[in-house]
Design a protein around this ligand. Structure first.
Ligand code: ADP
Ligand code: MG
Length: 147
């Protein structure tokens, strides 16, 4: 009901769980952005569009989950932009529109199983975002009204 959901915020440092080493870096939003999420956007994997600073709008997958670092009292939002960037973009403004839901959060028996699942999430996101009704959002004015 709250989708599509638009939001933006500064990219902050996560806890370096080595996502980048797995080839799947995830950009973290500050708590202020997470706290504004509507109640009906639950944990799980979402797909949508994302743009860094005033740059191009790329496909993305986002994980919303409970952060073990805070003893699972705080939700976190981590965005993997489906694009290869030349450099990290900590401190830049990340703008996203969450378009749809892929699956709930779940545990994995191995790191390999986790990586395989993320790659299939990325494929799913790529496929769904090619639908005309989702393509439109890539051109949304939200991405042009850079703060
Ligand atoms: P952290 O624990 O600090 O979030 P990660 O290993 O998850 O570390 O890497 C995330 C960082 O990598 C982002 O904050 C961003 O600066 C950079 N980065 C580079 N390419 C991407 C990408 N395609 N998607 C998301 N973040 C990326
Ligand atoms: Mg991360």
């Amino acid at each position: 009901k709250s989708l599509p959901y638009f939001c933006r915020g500064e990219v902050i440092r996560g806890f370096g769980r080595g996502s980048k080493d797995l080839g799947i870096p995830t950009a973290n939003f500050p708590d202020s952005v997470v706290e504004h999420l509507p109640a009906d956007i639950g944990t799980g994997i979402y797909y949508g569009w994302a743009c860094v600073g005033g740059g191009d709008v790329h496909k993305m997958v986002m994980s919303i989950g409970w952060n073990p670092y805070y003893k699972n009292t705080k939700k976190s939002m981590e965005t993997h932009v489906i694009h290869t960037f030349k450099e990290d973009f900590y401190g830049e403004i990340l703008s996203v529109v969450m378009v749809g839901y892929i699956r709930p959060e779940r545990g994995f028996s191995s790191l390999d199983a986790l990586i395989t699942a993320i790659h299939s999430d990325i494929e799913e996101a790529e496929r769904r975002l090619d639908l005309p009704e989702h393509r439109k959002l890539q051109e949304d004015n939200f991405f042009r009204t850079f703060p």
